[in-house]
Design a protein around this ligand. Sequence first.
Ligand code: DP6
Length: 315
Amino acid sequence: WILMATGRTPTNIAVIKYWGKRDEALILPVNDSISVTLDPDHLSATTTVAVSPTFDRDRMWLNGKEIPLSGDRFQSCLREIRKLADDVEDEKKGIRIQKDDWQKLHVHIASYNNFPTAAGLASSAAGLACFVFTLAKLMNVKEDCGKLSSIARQGSGSACRSMYGGFVKWTMGKDASGSDSIAVQLASESHWNDLVIIIAVVSSKQKETSSTTGMRDSVETSPLLQHRAQTVVPGRILQMEEAIRNRDFASFARLTCADSNQFHAAAYTFDAGPNSVLIAPNRKSAGLLLQRLLFCFPPPAHNELTSYVIGDKSI
Ligand code: DP6
């Protein structure tokens, strides 16, 4: 016999961002974060999980290609869900699985993303949330979405927020075990129906630096990150919750942009006039900065920006 379950989970876009871990193994963040879960028709992961006594090991396929299931993150989610698994009975198929059988039974997992993977569009959030949710369905786990979010978190931090639709907060929690580091829904998807999120995909290439590595570097090297987590984000979270509650677009937009901009802080200096002079640490960062400027001030407005000159070459 073979027993299967299929689930679909959308990705989420953070408006107050999670960046930095205080515990790398359990994936515990240095600050709370808030996101909007997208409509499942657009950016989502679809996962089918199957169990059969004929399977000799756990296996996984991503977009049709087998990937090793050896990574700690998938393994820890699988282990946690197995612990919560319950009896399953399917009379029609004559299947009876007892709680303890799940420790010995192996699963096959096939997951598809309907959008580019690892291109900075939170594919891991949708993928890991879907993985946990679908496994929980197959194994008849009775725990609520809060508990499931704490398991998805151990797969990829941002995944915990995809356990709910609408506006979601990931509370960083205080407990060293991570038990209170869970997602909670702030408002359902119907609360602010008019809000539209447009994602302009300018590149679907895999990012050069993963979020995991990027945030580790920031924690180790950036004094700004500590300041952000301890001083800036707590107030911003409260203001964002209020903006969402009141459907106050002006405040929502201001806070979202301010939070995003904090990750792209560049050095700058102004002379007496209105024209800004930006200073980047190297040509690569300068190129990225320029891309952003052109994106924010598209032609013809960007023609009004003076030349982009670094050293003796223009970029
Ligand atoms: C910029 O959740 O992908 O999207 O926990 O290491 O898997 P890991 O990182 P991940 O990081 C997401 C970072 C972000 C901000 C956010 O979603 O809050």
